[in-house]
Design a protein. Structure first.
Lengths: 122, 430
């Protein structure tokens, strides 16, 4: 069975594009669109890599990331954070809260694929 | 007789004729009585702003306090000099320059005013780009849509064999996202550029409410009546809050104002406040209300020649300013939080402890103010939830309470504009 990635993103067309390229690379892709229940989904799915958008409905990606890093079972899961703002402050927050990698929109499909592959090797 | 000699003497003469005490005038313009005394006895020159402030309190034309129109030009030239300290000018010949070359003098002062206005505009726009939640959401929408288009287009271009269903789906996505991108971009441009607005001014619901409150000097007469007006009647009787979003924000302000006015009736409170020299702890004890409520109420007192001007800042637990009433040289950022050294934030770190501090504003015209600040919990504390605090700070003229001259804290507007790169509390900016 291929490695599992959980994509937490509320933009449907981005979900489709990322799901397509990752599944073509042999990944099993699960998706979730709500920030409030994101941690529950991460615990339930126990993915090998989490792709987490910052701007989510009901709870921000930064809050979800803090929850993940505080969770005894999921605190070591690699997390790739996605954001459209790309400011220094967002990068600092991502690092501070424990993101494994940080990527700003717009990003390339190859960039996402290479980063997810690298994170799964960690 | 020199212009300096006449200016100080004319201020003193005008003040005495108006029946205004020296200490009262000094307090109203935010300087010490000692300094005003030096000015009146022509031992200190004063800049254009201070002269204008004095004239405003004495209700006279600034030019009448100086000898001829040249005095205003000289004052403006001094401001231009202060704005560029790296350029050495022949200050001892400033009067001669203003008199012999009025056109050049007008050009210099006009350009200085223009630069100052542009700097303020840039500061406002930069603040907005960094902190305006509506603008951030619009930019996020544009970038997210562009990302979706780019990803779908790359898939169609780079995938050698793609199922028809997927190909059709991505074509459809590109079409939808292109339309959405066009719409988002147009909305963003409209938001930033309104031909009806003055150059550099953009209006959000928060700005709309701030402008309305400023127009009323934060005193809402309709809520001071024995039967306060409802919010709906307020919107009708005092129009200016046009957007639905601004009215929602306004309603929250009006509701709180109504509560504060009921707890601290205007006539009794303004008399007690003057007697207590605006000490909020004394007033809190006297009226048996929270200190924060006293601070908010102080800022709603109507303008009066015998009463000091009072500024107000309120912030939430995250430090974001939720209410602004700027005062003179103490400016407040439009978005985000203020300088971390404000007593407002010191209060957040020491909840339920009243804080009294003299501050000095950094920058072009340093000015000292007296501040009172207090952080109190919002709502009723519960066992199963963290306590959320709100901090409130009033800004008053420096001389209300005796303080040692050396006992003050230098503060800025926020980290973006505070000219102190070595400040330990400085927040890094992008």
């Amino acid at each position: 069975m291929g490695k599992r990635v959980l994509l937490i993103e509320d933009e449907p067309n981005i979900i489709q594009a990322i799901s397509f390229i990752l599944s073509r690379d042999g990944w099993r892709v699960d998706t979730h669109a709500d920030g409030a229940t994101a941690l529950d989904e991460i615990v339930r799915r126990a993915p090998d890599v989490v792709i987490l958008d910052v701007m989510l409905p009901n709870r921000s990606g930064f809050d979800v990331l803090q929850d993940v890093r505080a969770h005894p079972e999921m605190q070591a899961v690699p997390v790739l954070m996605l954001t459209a703002r790309g400011q220094t402050r967002d990068r600092e927050l991502a690092e501070r809260y424990g993101a494994s990698q940080f990527m700003t929109k717009p990003f390339s499909n190859a960039e996402v694929l290479d980063t997810v592959r690298a994170l799964s090797e960690v | 007789m020199s212009q300096t000699t006449l200016t100080g003497s004319r201020i003193r003469e005008t003040r005495l004729l108006a029946g205004v005490k020296q200490a009262d005038l000094a307090r109203q313009i935010g300087i010490s009585a000692t300094y005003l005394n030096l000015i009146e006895h022509n031992r200190r020159r004063i800049g254009g702003k201070l002269l204008t402030d004095i004239a405003g309190v004495l209700e006279v034309d600034p030019a009448s306090l100086a000898e001829g129109a040249e005095a205003e030009v000289v004052a403006a030239l001094r401001e231009a000099d202060l704005a560029m300290p790296q350029v050495e000018v022949e200050l001892d010949r400033i009067d001669d320059f203003a008199a012999r070359f009025p056109g050049w003098a007008a050009l210099v002062t006009g350009q200085n005013r223009r630069v100052r206005d542009l700097e303020q505009m840039v500061e406002n726009l930069t603040d907005r780009l960094a902190h305006d939640p509506a603008l951030a959401a619009s930019l996020h929408d544009v970038l997210t849509t562009a990302t979706a288009i780019g990803s779908a287009a790359a898939i169609l271009t780079e995938t050698k064999e793609i199922e028809t269903e997927w190909r059709d789906r991505f074509h459809r996505n590109i079409h939808e996202d292109s339309q959405r991108l066009a719409s988002s971009s147009q909305a963003l441009v409209r938001y930033l550029e309104d031909p009806g607005r003055p150059e550099g001014q953009v209006t959000s619901p928060e700005e709309e409410l701030d402008a309305w409150l400023a127009e009323h000097d934060h005193h809402i007469a309709g809520l001071e009546r024995s039967l306060p007006l409802t919010n709906e009647l307020l919107f009708q009787e005092a129009p200016g809050l046009e957007s639905a979003e601004a009215q929602v924000l306004g309603a929250a302000v009006f509701n709180r104002y109504r509560q504060d006015a009921a707890a601290l009736p205007l006539t009794a409170f303004q008399r007690a406040a003057a007697e207590a020299k605006y000490d909020p702890v004394v007033l809190s004890d006297q009226f048996s209300v929270p200190v924060s409520q006293v601070l908010r109420r102080m800022a709603t007192l109507p303008r009066d020649p015998g009463r000091p001007r009072i500024g107000l800042a309120v912030c939430d637990s995250a430090g974001g300013l939720t209410y602004r009433k700027p005062l003179g040289g103490f400016s407040m950022p439009r978005f985000g939080s203020g300088c971390p050294l404000w007593p407002l934030y010191q209060a957040l770190s020491r909840p339920m402890t009243p804080i009294r501090t003299v501050i000095e504003t950094a920058g072009r015209d340093p000015t000292r103010y007296l501040t009172y600040a207090m952080a109190e919990p919002v709502g009723v504390p519960r066992f199963d939830a963290p306590v959320v605090y709100e901090a409130t700070m009033v800004i008053l003229p420096r001389d209300l309470v005796p303080f040692p001259e050396t006992d003050f804290q230098v503060i800025g507007t926020n980290c973006r504009v505070f000219p102190c790169p070595s400040c330990e509390a400085r927040r890094a900016t992008a």
